[in-house]
Design a protein around this ligand. Structure first.
Ligand SMILES: Nc1nc2c(ncn2[C@@H]2O[C@H](COP(=O)(O)OP(=O)(O)OP(=O)(O)O)[C@@H](O)[C@H]2O)c(=O)[nH]1
Ligand SMILES: [Mg+2]
Ligand SMILES: [Zn+2]
Length: 301
C-alpha cells in the first residue's frame, strides 16, 4: 500500500485531474470512478502510481460547491471550496445590476461570500444613478472595492481582500476580468504551460476552470462565462431568501409560500413601499423571477 498524500485540484484534464502536491509540484492524476465528481479547488488524497502520475483515492469534505446546470436536469460541479466571488462592474459597459443581483443571490444560496469590484474608475464621471446603486450594495453589507487596473489604483486593497481566500471573478463581458487576472497573476502563463504539458490524461483546455496562486497570497479560480451562476435549482421563495436585504421581512409575509408579487399581506412589498428595502432591488427581483424555470403562472396568489 503506497503512501497517501494530500493535494489540491488545480485543473481538469481530458480524463483526469491536475493535482498540486504539498511540495508545489503539479502532476496528472486518474480518479476512481466511484469517487463521483471532483472539481477545481477540491482537496484530495492521492497516491503515486506509475511514472510521474497519481491516483486520487478520496475527496475531502468541501466548504462550498458552485454548480452549473447540465444536460438532463442534472448539475455539474464547477468549483469547490470557493470562499468568495468578486462581482466585477465598470462605468463601461453600462453596469448590469440585474446580473449582479443574480450572481449575489446564487452566492448567498451556496454560502459563498461576495464582494463588489468596481473597475475602470479612471473612466467614472460620478454618475448619480450608478453611484447610488453601488452605495446601496455597500449598505446591505457587500464590501465595495473601487479600482482601475489601467492606472493601478486600488490594487493593494484588492490584493488584501483576496489574501488567504479562494476567489473567482465574475461579471458581464468587457468589465475587465481578464485584465484584473493578468495584473494579479504573474504565474498565469507558466502554469498553463505546465498543466498542458502533463502527459497521459488528455489535454487541458483553457476554457475549463483553473486555479492559480496569487503573488500576494490567496488563490484565484479562473472560470470562463457567467453560466455558472444559473438559477435552475431556485424557486421564487429560495430566490427571495437569498436577497440579504429581503431576509428580515420574509418571515412576516402572511403566506409561507408568498412569491412577494401581488400576494396579500406581503411584508416585503410593504417594506419596499416604506422605503426600508431598495425599490430598484425589488424591481430587479421581479425581473429575475421571470428568468426562473420553476415559476408557473398561478404560483402566486
Ligand atoms: N480605462 C480602463 N480600461 C480598462 C480597465 N481595465 C480593463 N480595461 C479595458 O476594458 C476592456 C475589456 O477588458 P477585459 O479584461 O478583456 O474584460 P473581460 O471582463 O475579461 O471581458 P470578457 O472576457 O469578454 O468577459 C479592455 O480593452 C481593457 O483594456 C481600466 O481599469 N480602465
Ligand atoms: Mg475575459
Ligand atoms: Zn411576501
Amino acid at each position: 500500500m503506497s503512501e497517501r498524500r494530500q493535494g489540491l485540484v488545480v485543473a481538469h484534464l481530458g480524463k483526469g485531474l491536475a493535482v498540486e502536491g504539498p511540495d508545489g509540484r503539479v502532476l496528472a492524476c486518474h480518479t476512481l470512478r466511484q469517487l463521483g465528481s471532483v472539481a477545481v479547488g477540491d482537496q484530495v488524497l492521492w497516491e503515486p502510481c506509475g511514472d510521474d502520475q497519481g491516483r486520487v483515492v478520496a475527496v475531502l469534505p468541501r466548504r462550498s460547491e458552485l454548480l452549473r446546470p447540465a444536460h438532463g436536469g442534472k448539475t455539474r460541479l464547477v468549483a469547490a471550496n470557493l470562499d468568495q466571488v468578486l462581482v466585477v462592474m465598470a462605468p463601461e459597459p453600462e453596469p448590469d445590476f440585474l446580473l449582479a443581483d443574480q450572481i449575489l443571490a446564487v452566492c448567498e444560496h451556496r454560502d459563498i461570500g461576495a464582494v463588489l469590484l468596481f473597475n475602470k474608475i479612471d473612466l467614472f464621471d460620478g454618475d448619480a444613478e450608478v453611484e447610488s446603486q453601488l452605495q446601496g450594495y455597500a449598505a446591505i453589507g457587500y464590501p465595495l472595492l473601487r479600482v482601475s487596473v489601467k492606472q493601478g489604483a486600488g490594487m493593494s486593497e484588492l490584493q488584501a481582500a483576496l489574501a488567504g481566500k479562494t476567489s473567482m471573478l465574475a461579471g458581464q463581458s468587457g468589465v475587465g476580468k481578464s485584465s484584473i487576472s493578468r495584473a494579479l497573476l504573474p504565474e498565469h502563463d507558466i502554469r498553463v504551460g505546465h498543466i498542458s504539458a502533463l502527459s497521459g490524461l488528455g489535454r487541458h483546455t483553457t476554457t475549463a476552470a483553473t486555479l492559480y496562486h496569487l503573488a500576494a497570497g490567496g488563490d484565484l479560480i479562473d472560470s470562463p462565462g457567467v453560466a455558472v451562476f444559473g438559477m435552475a435549482d431556485m424557486t421564487p421563495a429560495i430566490l427571495a431568501q437569498n436577497y440579504r436585504d429581503f431576509q428580515p421581512f420574509l418571515p412576516r409575509c402572511r403566506y409561507n409560500d408568498c412569491a412577494h408579487i401581488k400576494d396579500q399581506g406581503c411584508a416585503l412589498r410593504e417594506a419596499v413601499e416604506k422605503g426600508e428595502v431598495s425599490d430598484s432591488r425589488y424591481r430587479r427581483y421581479l425581473k429575475l423571477l421571470e428568468k426562473l424555470p420553476n415559476l408557473r403562472p398561478g404560483d402566486s396568489r
